[in-house]
Design a binder for this molecule. Structure first.
Ligand code: PLP
Length: 420
C-alpha cells in the first residue's frame, strides 16, 4: 500500500490478503475482457469507422453517417441484427420505455418472469402511478411470474403462465436492489427455450449492468431484443448520457418509430457532436467493465476477510457489475458510504447523509463522486437503511482508484468501532 491514504494495520493487512485471494477471479476477468476488447475492435474495423463519422449534425440530422455506422458497430458487438444507440435516449428507464411502447400494442399482455421489475419501470407499466400514460392506460395488461423463495427463476411457473395472449416475455438480468442472483446468459437461454417451445412472444431483456461481463450477450441466447443505459457499462465512462436498443431488425424498427415518431423513425435525430464520445465509450467499454468487475471482486474479498457475508462471493462467476455486502446495521452502512465518498475523485469533500428518498419506505444513503451525473459505471454505492442492511455498490473507471474507495469504506467502519 502506498502512503497517500492511511489505513490501520488490520485494514491494510485484510486488503493485502483480499488482493491475493482475488487473483483467480481477476485472471478470469482479464480473459473475458481481452476477448470482448478484440470483439469490439473487430466490429470497428469491419464497419470502417473513420474520423469523418464524428462530424456533428444539427436540426433534423438527416443522413448522419456516424450515427448510422455506430448503430451497426453496436449491433456487431452484441451479436444483433440491428441496433439504435442514441444520446437522446435520456436514461435506462426512458430507453426501456421506448422499447416497451414501441413493441407492445393495445390488448397485448406483457409477462415479466423475473419477479417485480426495477422500481422505475413500475410507472411505465402502470403498476404504480395514474394518468401518466402508462402501458396500462393504453390497454396493455401486465402479469408476472414471481421468483422462487431462494430468489431463483420459477421455470415451471413460466411454462404455466404462457398463453396466446402473452405478446412479450420480459427478463431483468441484473438483481436491482434485491439480493436475488443476477441472471447469466445461460439462464436467459434456458428461459428462452421454454418460451419458444410454447409461444412466439417477443423475448425482451433489460440488460442494464450486464454488458460485456460475459463473452456473449442475451441476443445470442434466444433474446429478441435487449436494452440498456450508456451511463452504465456500454458507455465506457465516456458517453455523457444515452441508451441503446439492439436485437431483431423488425423490432428495432418498431422501437425507432416510438423513439421519434411513426414515419420518421431513425432517419431523424441530430448527433449534436456526441458521436465521438459514444464511439470512444463503446470502444473502451470492455476494459472499463473489467476494472469495475475487479473493484467489485476486491470489495467482496475484503469484506469476506473482515467476516461479512457477500453476494456474489468473490470467487463466484460474475454476470453483472453489482456487488452486495451485508453490513449488519444502519451505522455500518452509513460509515461505508461516507468512507467510500472520501475516496471519490469528484465531491470527496461532501458527506452523504441518509434521506427520505421518494418511493422508498426507509431512508436511503448513497455515495457517488462521478464525472458524469448519476453515472454508475463510476464507483458508487446505495444502501436503504433496513433489513438485511446490505449496501449495493458498482463501478469504478479504474481498479486502482476503486480499490482506494473500498479500502476507505472499510477504514471508516473500523475507525468508528463498528467492525464485526
Ligand atoms: C439502472 C437500471 C435501470 C434504469 O436505468 P436508469 O438509467 O436509472 O433510468 C433499469 N433496470 C435495471 C436493472 C437497472 O440497473
Amino acid at each position: 500500500m502506498n502512503s497517500f491514504f492511511k489505513y490501520d494495520d488490520i485494514i491494510a493487512k485484510a486488503g493485502e490478503k483480499a488482493l491475493e485471494a482475488a487473483s483467480a477471479s481477476f485472471a478470469r476477468i482479464d480473459e473475458i475482457r481481452a476477448y470482448n476488447q478484440e470483439k469490439v475492435l473487430a466490429a470497428f474495423i469491419k464497419n470502417s469507422v473513420n474520423e469523418s463519422h464524428f462530424t456533428e449534425s444539427t436540426g433534423y440530422g438527416y443522413g448522419d453517417r456516424g450515427r448510422d455506422v455506430l448503430d451497426n458497430v453496436l449491433a456487431d458487438c452484441v451479436g444483433a441484427e440491428d441496433s439504435l444507440i442514441r444520446h437522446s435516449l435520456t436514461c435506462g428507464t426512458h430507453t426501456l420505455g421506448v422499447a416497451l411502447f414501441g413493441m407492445l400494442r393495445p390488448g397485448d399482455t406483457m409477462l415479466c418472469v423475473t419477479g417485480t421489475p426495477y422500481d422505475t419501470i413500475h410507472s411505465v407499466i402502470g403498476i404504480k402511478g395514474n394518468g401518466m400514460g402508462s402501458l396500462k392506460d393504453f390497454g396493455v395488461t401486465y402479469k408476472q411470474v414471481d421468483l422462487l423463495e431462494d430468489g431463483t427463476i420459477d421455470y415451471e411457473g413460466i411454462e404455466k403462465a404462457l398463453d396466446e395472449k402473452i405478446a412479450m416475455v420480459y427478463i431483468q438480468r441484473s438483481r436491482g436492489y434485491s439480493l436475488r442472483p443476477s441472471l447469466g446468459v445461460e439462464d436467459i437461454e434456458k428461459i428462452s427455450k421454454i418460451v419458444r417451445n410454447k409461444s412466439d412472444a417477443i423475448i425482451m431483456v433489460d440488460n442494464c449492468y450486464g454488458e460485456f461481463v460475459e463473452r456473449t450477450e442475451p441476443v445470442s441466447h434466444g433474446a429478441d431484443i435487449i436494452a440498456g443505459s450508456l451511463i452504465k457499462n456500454p458507455g465506457g465512462g465516456i458517453a455523457k448520457c444515452g441508451g441503446y436498443i439492439a436485437g431483431r431488425a423488425d423490432l428495432v424498427e418498431k422501437c425507432a418509430y416510438r423513439m421519434t415518431t411513426p414515419g420518421l423513425g431513425r432517419e431523424v435525430g441530430p448527433s449534436l457532436g456526441q458521436t465521438r464520445g459514444l464511439f470512444m465509450g463503446l470502444f473502451n467499454a470492455p476494459h472499463i467493465v473489467g476494472e469495475a468487475l475487479k473493484t467489485a471482486v476486491f470489495a467482496a474479498s475484503l469484506f469476506e476477510q473482515l467476516g461479512y457475508e457477500t453476494t456474489p462471493h468473490s470467487s463466484e462467476k460474475r454476470v453483472d457489475i453489482i456487488q452486495a455486502l451485508k453490513l449488519c446495521n444502519s451505522e455500518t452502512l452509513v460509515a461505508f458510504c461516507q468512507g467510500m465518498q472520501k475516496g471519490a475523485p469528484i465531491d470527496s469533500n461532501v458527506c452523504p447523509e441518509p434521506w427520505d428518498m421518494p418511493g422508498y419506505d426507509n431512508q436511503v444513503i448513497m455515495s457517488a463522486g462521478a464525472f458524469t451525473g448519476g453515472s454508475s459505471i463510476e464507483l458508487s454505492s446505495d444502501a436503504p437503511l433496513r433489513e438485511p442492511f446490505a449496501v449495493w455498490m458498482q463501478g469504478s473507471l479504474n481498479f486502482d482508484s476503486g480499490k482506494v474507495g473500498v479500502m476507505l469504506a472499510a477504514q471508516e467502519i473500523y475507525k468508528r468501532g463498528l467492525l464485526k
